[in-house]
Design a protein around this ligand. Sequence first.
Ligand code: FES
Ligand code: FE2
Length: 457
Amino acid sequence: MPQRFDSINFSEDITADPEYNASLSSDRYTCPDFMKMEWEKIWTKCWIFAGLESDLKETGDFFIYDVGRESIIITRNENNNISAFYNACQHRGNKILTLDLGWVKQVTCPYHGWTYGLDGELKKVPDEDLFSGGVSCKESSLKPVHAESWAGMVFINMSPNPAPLKTFLGEIMNQLDPYHFENMELVKHQSVTLGANWKTVRDNFLEQYHVDFIHPQHASFVDCCDAQNYLWPFGHTHTCVESPVMNPRYPMPDEPPEYMAQYLKGLEINSDDYIGKVPDIRAAIQKQKRKIGKKLGFDYSELTDEQISDVFQYDIFPNLFMTIHAERVWFYGPRPHPSDPNKCIFTKFSLMIPESKIRDKDKGLELLPGSYEYQYSSSRVEHEVFTREDVVEGRNSLTATIDQDIHYLNDMQAGMHSRGFNKAVLSNDEGRLQHFHNWVDNWMSEDSLWSKVSAGK
Ligand code: FES
Ligand SMILES: [Fe+2]
């Protein structure tokens, strides 16, 4: 059975269908001119996910988001708000902060000591009287970028006057608020450089057609064939994979398979009670998680039964994927290289509910199998930066599934340069991917929906 697709509009004017039908020719992924257009029309116009609000707990905390040719400083300022500005000193342009994240009292350029406040305002110019023309504080403050936070995530927007984040994400915010990602803790932060266009990476995570082929460990346990997909305005999508279930292409076992048995054990359910009743396990888990959750102090009351058991993936245009379980979320995605369309950086943040609420080691309780793969840390986890070779040769891992994806991405990019390849042919099950590209074309057009919405806000 093919996957199902439904479109959801945000409003009468903000509709899911962009009325473009993009052709996925190879130059879309390889051409420097196309990349330049994307920079102008997408990356500098769109709200983009930049990092976590938990890295901005105290006044003076900052993190840097590098994207394309830009480096953006994001801080917690003295008014307890979030400020963002370009990481370029207004004296002669030096990139001011070079650490990934940290704490500063003020933002001081190391070259000649110009000093800015945490909101980017110019505060001090050493030997100011040497500037006979004077230095205008207003003109020489750091150039601001819009920043907004939601559910523990920080988004930035480089355009001068964008419509708010709420307009960009619409109803998606209401659907995800019950998870309370803002209460989850960062347990892993990883970045890997890839020899692939950012959209080659994007495409990989926008379809499940490949799952049976490159992720054999999922083949019998994931029912991707019947997945329900939703297409949203501005290029966002989401999909739901029921869990835990058997793939209907495989015979239904009599006994619960090992991974379901482990899941049941962690929830104090005897898996022998489900011999001959494997299709009933998903509903049993939904019910039991509410009960065990209470014991551990984790509250499922805002979540639907589906949200408790199933895996939801939300794809926020252009650079954020969220793979969501009730107890864990991954925020991940690509950002373009400064100049090469054949490269990108892929970053993944893994977050989980606090350790005491997800498991009790002594009693053997565990709300989500696999939680022991992650180590909690009282200090901020290290940002691990590595290469695709580190993944392929087993020195680092973004989980077996993503490693398998990464294995193929460089080869996808290489094939697109061949004289023997012209354009992609998509199946019906790749509808989210087509939707994303239709919206890429909408964003790139003169009369993009976002430009209309931002002009009329
Ligand atoms: S370039 Fe920053 S103070 Fe001179
Ligand atoms: Fe995959």
